[in-house]
Design a protein around this ligand. Structure first.
Ligand SMILES: C[S@@+](CC[C@H](N)C(=O)[O-])C[C@H]1O[C@@H](n2cnc3c(N)ncnc32)[C@H](O)[C@@H]1O
Length: 298
């Protein structure tokens, strides 16, 4: 479950359907703006409960789902019902918190909720998170893809985390390399508060510099890796500034890109004279890792 803005009111959309069409309907719900989706499977029917931060119309969700089912050559009658209900924040958070359990990411990380006693991490690095109302629990594909890129390509000297949310990527970096220079930035002051608490809970508060504002607030400084898990539109807007902060030979990791935006992002990377290193494709999400050429000057 992911969420990215502090709001008082949420809505649930409960869709009952045949289990075979669950994936298609979940995709439609995510594209309609669902912050997270819970599945309840009772064999004969599947119920998807999707959480929204803005009001949604049952009729338009139903129409979109039936259209997608027809396109995928399923019978539209595989969708039984769609119900929209308002939800008070506390219920939603409590329900969600119960489902957030410790889980491993990549070879190095173990992520766990910070409100439970810490699990045995073995040789993994434990990252404890309380997301509050910020994005970055580690369960979202884009965050996982960034964590994988971090452990694969980062040499452990310096990292700029643009759009830090809960601070999860900065914490992972600080745990991987205790001597690294790490700067985390977010335009949302609420996310900043959450990140600060997570930095403290993970014992890395003194090792991550947190900036609330846009990347213009970062002084002229280059990093071995810049990570930006944002959206394609925001990345496009910030691209020159992001590249300016990558040292020659360093990496830029771009995430939050939907499958249909892949070629647009590929062009942007190549136009920006970066060398494409990897495009990680998981489900509908794409994460690009690109390298600033050693000889480049900007
Ligand atoms: C998808 S979340 C990523 C959180 C975390 N880094 C992760 O990977 O899970 C994006 C975050 O970027 C922040 N953000 C959006 N636009 C931004 C901008 N122009 N500059 C800095 N942060 C931004 C949002 O407030 C949000 O916290």
């Amino acid at each position: 479950m992911e969420m990215n803005r502090a709001r008082r009111q949420y809505w649930t959309v409960t869709v009952s359907l045949e289990p075979a069409v669950g994936e298609i309907v979940a995709l439609i719900l995510r594209r309609a703006g669902a912050l997270g989706i819970q599945e309840i499977d009772d064999q004969r029917e599947l119920r998807l409960i999707a959480y929204f931060a803005t009001p949604v119309s049952a009729a338009s969700i139903e129409r979109e789902c039936r259209r997608a089912l027809r396109l995928a050559e399923f019978s539209p009658s595989a969708l039984f019902s769609v119900k929209v209900e308002p939800l008070v924040e506390r219920d939603w958070l409590q329900t969600w918190k119960r489902g957030y359990r410790p889980f491993a990411v990549g070879r190095r990380f173990l992520i766990a909720p910070s409100w439970e006693s810490p699990p045995a991490a073995g040789d993994r690095l434990l990252i404890t998170i309380d997301p509050g109302m910020a994005f970055g629990t580690g369960t979202h594909e884009t965050t996982r893809q960034c964590l994988l890129a971090l452990e694969k390509y980062w040499g452990g000297r310096s990292l700029l985390d643009v759009g830090t949310g809960t601070g999860i990527l900065a914490i992972a970096a600080a745990k991987l390399s205790p001597t690294a220079r790490i700067v985390a930035v977010d335009i949302d002051p609420a996310a900043g508060r959450v990140a600060r608490e997570n930095f403290a809970a993970n014992g890395v508060a003194g090792r991550v510099a947190l900036i609330i504002g846009s990347i213009d607030r970062i002084r002229q400084e280059t990093f071995e890796m810049v990570m930006a898990n944002l959206t394609t539109a925001t990345i496009q807007r910030l691209m020159p500034g992001l590249i300016d902060h990558v040292e020659p030979g360093g990496y830029l990791v771009l995430s939050g890109i939907l499958d249909e935006e892949e070629s647009q992002m590929r062009h942007l990377i190549l136009e920006s004279a970066l060398e494409l290193t990897e495009c990680d494709r998981t489900g509908e999400w794409r994460t690009f890792t690109a390298r600033r050429p050693v000889s480049s000057t900007r």
